[in-house]
Design a protein around this ligand. Structure first.
Ligand code: BG6
Length: 320
């Protein structure tokens, strides 16, 4: 019987056993014909969802949605064929949760990039079948001494995922302490596309962005985004929907967000992808990250008692 462990040895965390077995998980939160928990590679535990609209899988480590595919549709979310599954390691693809900071930590370069939420264990808080046939699951980040050492601000983090005709992901942060804190975050979503040469991202025309490739620079986006080399940009002060037009798959993916003022667009291109070791040859051609974020000067101040929500709906549309 698999026991669910809440921390990783790799990060120097103490392994604790939350004494919940797979059987317990399935008994408490499984849903007949819709939601089952199983052990996947690397000893990770994942919720496998199948319903009248779509299928999806979510690792409890990181509350990391790994796959989402509406029925009769190509996958919407990209998961690398070479993704590594291991305790304490982030999975390449899906929707990594960057929290409670985005990118490098503001003052301590030894702390992990994009925060720790994506590599620690989360617990299932609730699951339910919704009247329209969608499936809902909510997960809460498990705090440990190791997480408190990196982020000394009393708060809770919750991820609520609805798998239906569309995919909805909401990241909820509550300040349970007595002082305000500054939060950086992103739903670092990897999208499955036919080929990067067949794709244009719309919605950021006229926005300013911080270009992280080469010498850091601030620029303005003129037209739709076409990717022909490494792209790593934080578009700031934007609440706009983005649409990924995919001429190869003859579809568009709409990203409609709330509670987010930055959008990050990333494709590592050949050399960086090779160095990362979990893209495979040409893996970068079949993906693009469009991340709904609060980053750079758009980080959020969360007052004591306040709840901050970042919510995104991902849907497929016909290509106009
Ligand atoms: C993007 C950053 O959000 O994530 C990039 O803008 C970074 O700079 C990329 O390379 C991937 O990060 P990681 O830590 O998942 O390899």
């Amino acid at each position: 019987m698999a026991h669910i462990q809440i921390c990783s040895e790799n990060n120097g965390f103490t392994i604790q056993d939350i004494t919940m077995t797979l059987a317990d998980l399935n008994q408490r939160f499984g849903i007949n014909n819709n939601l089952i928990f199983s052990e996947i590679a690397g000893g990770l535990i994942a919720a496998q969802i199948n319903n009248a609209h779509a299928s999806a899988s979510i690792a409890l480590q990181g509350a990391h949605l790994m796959t989402y595919q509406p029925n009769d549709e190509e996958p919407v979310i990209w998961l690398s064929k070479y993704a590594k599954f291991a305790a304490g390691k982030s999975i390449r693809g899906g929707v990594p949760i960057c929290w409670p900071w985005f990118g490098a930590h503001a003052t301590d370069s030894k702390l992990p990039g994009h925060g720790y939420a994506r590599t620690v264990m989360w617990e299932v808080l609730e699951s339910k079948a919704l009247p329209d046939g969608a499936t809902f699951i909510s997960l809460g980040l498990i705090e440990t001494d190791a997480t408190r050492a990196q982020w000394p601000h009393p708060c809770t983090a919750k991820v609520e995922i609805t798998v239906g005709k569309n995919l909805r992901v909401e990241l909820v942060t509550q300040n349970t302490g007595k002082e305000a804190f500054t939060l950086g975050e992103a739903l670092h979503t990897y999208f499955h596309i036919s080929d990067v040469a067949q794709m244009t991202i719309r919605g950021l025309e006229g926005c300013d962005y911080l270009d992280k490739v080469g010498e850091p620079a601030r620029r303005t986006q003129k037209d739709g985004i076409v990717i022909e080399s490494e792209v790593d940009r934080i578009y700031v002060d934007t609440t706009a929907d983005c649409v990924i037009e995919d001429r190869g798959l003859k579809r568009a993916i709409r990203i409609a967000k709330q509670g987010s003022r930055s959008t990050v667009v990333w494709n590592p291109w050949t050399e960086k992808a090779d160095k990362m070791g979990d893209f495979g040859q040409d893996g970068h051609r079949g993906m693009v990250c469009v991340e709904s974020a609060n980053a750079a000067h758009n980080v959020v101040s969360v007052a004591p008692g306040e709840t901050h929500r970042l919510a995104v709906v991902y849907s497929v549309e016909a290509l106009k």
